[in-house]
Design a protein around this ligand. Structure first.
Ligand code: SAM
Length: 281
């Protein structure tokens, strides 16, 4: 069954009386080339987890290249469809649930033991950032996360300091992973086409975070504070979140060669780490 064919998609819709739910980000991929790009970038070594299989187009590609695929789908209506479209595979397990509510650590441990897995997905765009944050913050045994996201989001994750795309989510990604944009994907390659263009983003998970900090909580508190009000100076942003007198905070920043009147978005991860370590008791 060629699940990349819009004709096949229509036939399956007719067979199961399926209508797309916009609210669940149901835009199905129709490009074999992009599927190949995703599978190659995922560097699967045995096991893979997918989020949101839809009709199973990426699931099939993953199943052909893995020992085992676990795929998580929120929409109950798709369970019968997936049973039909994935019937040729005996290495796919479908879990019906919300990725944001499931205990992914437990699932990976139960399904794959101690082996590191890859995550691949054409993500529902309404929850891209919380999904990526969850996968990174839970420190799961993952090698690579390869996900289709809105083009702007891919550029945000891979952004450099001082660019307009650089934000708190950039720092989160680059703390835990090495991000790169695999390929741009035009909206015309989906059924139905979304309103925005997309890109495949790869997050190669680092063995150790990219900067060493005394206390991770303080590090992310500094990052959050620095980006909370982009038009304010770093000094004002930090003073709004840490109970330290302005003059003292200013001296502290200057002693680290960081100009207090800079904007948060100009700081590198190393500079965030320096500030965080100085603020850690
Ligand atoms: N993988 C298919 C493809 O590439 O054509 C479908 C991708 S579609 C962009 C996103 C899929 O994620 C849909 O099947 C949707 O029902 C599912 N989904 C949406 N929210 C979800 C959630 N919270 N947890 C799990 N799956 C979700």
């Amino acid at each position: 069954m060629d699940l990349t064919s819009p004709r096949t998609i229509r036939d399956i819709q007719d067979k199961f009386g399926f209508t797309f739910k916009k609210g669940l980000g149901q835009n199905f991929l129709t490009s074999q080339t992009v599927l190949d790009n995703i599978v190659e970038a995922a560097e699967i070594d045995g096991g893979a987890i997918e989020i949101g299989p839809g009709f199973g187009v990426l699931t099939s590609a993953l199943a052909r290249n893995s020992d085992k695929v676990v795929t998580i789908e929120i929409d109950e209506r798709l369970l019968a469809v997936l049973e039909y479209t994935l019937s040729e595979f005996d290495n796919v397990k479908i879990i019906n649930g919300d990725i944001l509510k499931l205990d992914i650590k437990k699932i990976i441990h139960e399904e794959f033991g101690d082996k590191k897995i890859s995550v691949a997905a054409n993500l529902p765009y309404y929850i891209t950032t919380p999904i990526i944050a969850k996968l990174l913050e839970e420190r799961l045994p993952i090698k690579n996360i390869v996900v289709m996201v809105q083009k702007e989001v891919a550029h945000r994750m891979a952004a450099k300091p001082s660019s307009k795309d650089y934000g708190a989510i950039t720092v989160l990604c680059q703390y835990f992973a090495e991000p790169s944009v695999v390929t741009p994907v035009p909206a015309s390659l989906f059924v139905p086409p979304p309103k925005v263009d997309s890109a495949v983003l790869k997050l190669k998970i680092l063995d150790e975070p990219s900067v060493k900090v005394k206390d991770e909580k303080t590090f992310f508190k500094v990052v959050k504070a620095a980006f909370a009000q982009r038009r304010k100076t770093l000094l004002n942003c930090l003073c709004a979140s840490f109970p330290i007198p302005k003059a003292e905070m200013s001296c502290m920043l200057e002693s680290m060669d960081i100009n207090p009147s800079r904007r948060g978005e100009t700081l590198s991860l190393d500079e965030f780490a320096k500030i965080s370590d100085t603020l850690t008791k």
